[in-house]
Design a protein around this ligand. Sequence first.
Ligand code: BDR
Ligand code: CA
Length: 297
Amino acid sequence: MKKRVIIDTDPGLDDAIAILFALGCGKFDVLGLTTVAGNIGLDRTTGNAGGLLAVMGRSDIPVIRGADIPLTRELQDLIAIVHGTDGLKGVPLPEPLATPLDNAPDWIARTLAAAEPGSIDILALGPLTNVAHVLTEHPELMDRIGEIIVMGGTINEPGNSGPNSEFNFATDPEAASVVIGSPAKVTIIPLDVTRKVRAQIDYVEALPDTQHGRLARELLTVYLQDGRQSRPLHDPCVMLASLEPSIFTVESLKLDVDLGDDPDAGRLLIDRRGKPVDVALGVDAERALALLRTGFV
Ligand code: BDR
Ligand code: CA
């Protein structure tokens, strides 16, 4: 049985790899790509999501535009250095096959309302604004969600936004706080594990010679073009954790989110009064990379 998932995303180079894997591995029934502003503005993330579906010939999967700003804060423009001014560092994609739909939180709510309890997972690859809207505006639909797997945060690793804060959670700390504090089953995939699952040039060059394998190579090659030997595959880890949870070692931690105005807003705080959340703290990187490759054959 394929896993029925909604992918909430801000593509983004590593989002693009995660989406291509999800579409290529044959193990997910992707109900829709809901977009959010994050790595780049909403028009770009939405266009990139449509372009990725076009590469895979998937006109049956809708793209739904979501939040163009965080819940309460301004969108920060800090990330162009990683993902370029188009979100994909200049890698061209075909035109989307269809016009995107509007209002991702509303579309997610309608999709959940029509589903059996526990039958849909949300794979969240960007700031959690859309997901937080759904959880706060439709608490009655919580039981339809199997699990929410989130790339975000850091526990023991330094941050990549503030000194101890990670980009997705730092972009919309209030949304991260809503999702982490919700009664839904939430699993967090933080920098502690995503930084261990790394693309190196030999791995990239050995990706299969399929259409989406070639695109993945191109995307990862520009991702590596900052002179580094390897780059972390943050968002693909969410897909891998969904398919093969045993690749990750998960601990239950009581967490809160720093909602201050300091440079570390969005930081995860271990707090005895916080809600217990599953957090991946260990990963078998070799197995993770091997599984990822299988999505591109
Ligand atoms: C996260 O931030 C984004 O730049 C990536 O796409 C990933 O979702 C990593 O901190
Ligand atoms: Ca992302």
